[in-house]
Write a protein that binds this ligand. Structure first.
Ligand code: HMG
Ligand code: MG
Length: 299
């Protein structure tokens, strides 16, 4: 095994990606308790919600209220998704200190998800990133469909690098590479890292795997060996995007932690406390968590 990072930052996306596709509307209080339980578990980054159109994502229509009610913990970051300047205004008013803009490596997914071409999305983000930076906010840029698109099939690594470079040129602090529909295999991760690292240092690059076909942890291992030390995951393995038909949940935080801790990689996160946070939110959802480690620990 090649040299791998000794410490990993886990970006918990459960309150946002985990919930955004759930049909039953989770009460705001329960979302707030979930976010606080995740921060209490030692997660240093908890993506809290999205300031998107409530018509697109009805589940997160209470974003303003969620941000108002969460008791922010020192040393924890609470980024929120922002699709346009309207979203940035809402995020700033609600007290967010960190945002994420999001586009895709395939045109059809960008159109379905944010009703824009890739070029239009970059143009839309330009004033968003400028204003956020002027406010002293940290900005992440997501690229979706980096390994495959639900509408177009295979996506070339060069297409990913092209979009990533345009986001980086806007001044984003961190890039997150999304396997939106969970089709990636480890060799593809290695190939993409090889191209990407000519444009961004591994320290500013996160991987965001969905576990639709059971390859997420294998992909994490490949990415670790490439020097990636930031991984997005969702407590319980909930998640998916309504505009990505066939996509299953995110890589489960519990499964990621189990593997990393077994490999003696530090995260600062308590697996048991994440299990408890998942159990708390699972009570508001109609199906059980898919996380294998959660299932093993709750047996
Ligand atoms: P649009 O229809 O082109 O926008 O949507 P619009 O400007 O014409 O506005 C339409 C309506 O939405 C208007 O309301 C606006 O006021 C309202 P109406 O006049 O009809 O009543 N609106 C807003 N309301 C609140 N907050 C806002 C906002 N903006 C407009 N910020 C838009 C374009 C981008 C807004 C829409 O398509 C949208 O919100 N999309 C978000 C979709 C989304 O959240 N997808 C999931 C997140 S991405 C993801 O999951 C992938 C990721 O996990 C990585 C991976 O796995 O690959 C990150
Ligand atoms: Mg996602």
């Amino acid at each position: 095994m090649g040299a791998i990072p000794s410490r990993v930052t886990v970006v918990e996306v459960g309150p946002r990606d985990g919930l955004q596709n759930e049909k039953e509307v989770v009460p705001t209080d329960r979302k707030v308790a979930f976010i606080e339980a995740l921060a209490d578990a030692g997660l240093q980054v908890v993506e809290a919600t999205s300031f998107v159109s409530p018509k697109s994502i009805p589940q997160l229509a209470d974003a303003d209220e969620v941000m108002r009610r969460v008791r922010f913990r020192d040393g924890v970051r609470y980024p929120v998704l922002v699709p346009n300047e309207r979203g940035l205004d809402r995020a700033i008013t609600a007290g967010a200190r960190e945002i994420a803009v999001f586009t895709a490596a395939s045109e059809s997914f960008a159109r379905a998800n944010i009703n824009a071409s890739i070029a239009e999305s970059i143009a839309r983000f330009e004033p968003v990133v400028q204003r956020a930076k002027a406010e002293g906010m940290r900005v992440r840029g997501y690229v979706s469909t980096c390994f495959g698109c639900p509408y177009e099939g295979r996506v070339s690594p060069q297409a990913v690098v092209d979009v990533a470079s345009r986001l980086l040129a806007l001044g984003i602090d961190e890039l997150s590479i999304g396997d939106t529909i969970g089709v990636a295999t480890p060799n593809q991760v290695v190939d993409l890292c090889g191209l990407l690292f000519a444009h961004v240092e591994p320290a500013r690059c996160a991987m965001h795997f969905h576990d639709t076909r059971g390859t997420a942890l294998a992909n994490v291992l490949a990415a670790l060996q490439c020097g990636i030390a930031i991984f997005d995951s969702a407590a319980g393995g909930f998640g998916g995007c309504p505009y990505a038909p066939g996509a299953a949940g995110n890589l489960a935080t519990e499964d990621l932690l189990y593997m990393l801790h077994g490999m003696k990689i530090e995260t600062g996160v308590s697996l048991e406390k994440v299990v408890a946070a998942t159990s708390l939110i699972a009570g508001s959802l109609s199906h059980a968590p898919t996380s294998k480690a959660w299932q093993a620990l709750c047996r």
